[in-house]
Design a protein around this ligand. Sequence first.
Ligand code: 9UX
Length: 68
Amino acid sequence: MATATITVKGMTCGGCVNSVTKALTGVQGVQEAKVDLNGATATVTFDENKTSVASLKEAVDDAGYETE
Ligand code: 9UX
């Protein structure tokens, strides 16, 4: 398992947190996603044999938020 912290821009309320959390946990290989609204981050624990940081960022982007 690997853990990565991704910066997520554009979250402005708890609903956004839920959306980003769902997007991340919907990616195959993701075990846990902790999304911090005020810190603008998502800390994700995932199986690096099944997914990658690039794929996690893509899922967040596809949900309508911006990563860096
Ligand atoms: Mo809140 Mo976020 O009303 O996409 S859910 S701003």
